[in-house]
Write a protein that binds this ligand. Structure first.
Ligand code: ADP
Ligand code: MG
Ligand code: MG
Length: 203
């Protein structure tokens, strides 16, 4: 079994729909510990990227990543735009000319995307960011033995990582301005990142 560019496009479509449905939820989380725009940022960004994707009809991982990454970077003003944009650019670049990847290749591309977020935002595990969902998902993909079940495990790992951000004190992003008062709310970016992993798992 392999993960094709066609699968990526349908996963991104599912991600966009899920973000649309959860726009208020994401905004409410961000209203508690940030500036209340994560839902609208992500809805605008995914919609713009999906439109570009549908026009570009990418054939390779690299084309997919570039189209989505640039779409997000150019349409989202907040921190999440460049961070997700970098994820997709690095993910695609790691997949390169491939039209499909097996589990090992997919896990490597996903890890490259996550490392891109680290390079861009300089956050670590436990800082209460999207990385607290993305790191455990990348670990689950690395540890997997077949694509389908590894993706399912990655989704569960992301969900657990997202839930674990609730008691955390934020050390990066706007939520960090609140110090101790950032504890008690799930990090909005970890919630949207879990939707991404879940969309990949359902593709
Ligand atoms: P902004 O904070 O600019 O309003 P968003 O609300 O769209 O942008 O996104 C906020 C999310 O971005 C946070 O919930 C967090 O998950 C993520 N984030 C912020 N800073 C970083 C960082 N340095 N590294 C990784 N993720 C970050
Ligand atoms: Mg915000
Ligand atoms: Mg903002």
């Amino acid at each position: 079994m392999a993960f094709s560019v066609e699968n990526l496009v349908s996963a991104f479509k599912a991600f966009t729909e899920e973000i649309g449905k959860n726009r208020e939820y994401l905004t409410d989380l961000d209203a508690k510990i940030g500036d209340g725009d994560h839902g609208s940022n992500m809805a605008r960004g995914t919609k713009a990227a999906l439109e570009k994707l549908e026009a570009a009809e990418p054939k390779t991982y690299a084309e997919f990543g570039k189209t989505v990454g640039m779409g997000l970077v150019s349409s989202v003003g907040g921190a999440s735009g460049p961070l997700y944009g970098t994820f997709f650019l690095r993910f695609g670049a790691a997949g390169g000319d491939a039209e499909e990847l097996d589990l090992a290749g997919f896990a490597k591309a996903f890890r490259a995307g996550v490392e891109g977020v680290v390079a861009r935002g300089k956050a670590q595990a436990g800082d209460k960011t999207m990385l607290d969902a993305l790191f455990p998902a990348a670990d689950a993909l690395d540890a997997g033995s077949d694509l389908g079940s590894a993706l399912k495990k990655a989704q569960e790992a992301a969900e657990a990582g997202r839930d674990a951000t609730e008691p955390m004190v934020a050390h990066k992003g706007r939520a960090s301005y609140l110090g101790e008062r950032s504890a008690g709310t799930i990090d909005p970016g970890s919630a949207s990142a879990t939707m991404l992993v879940s969309a990949l798992a359902s593709a």
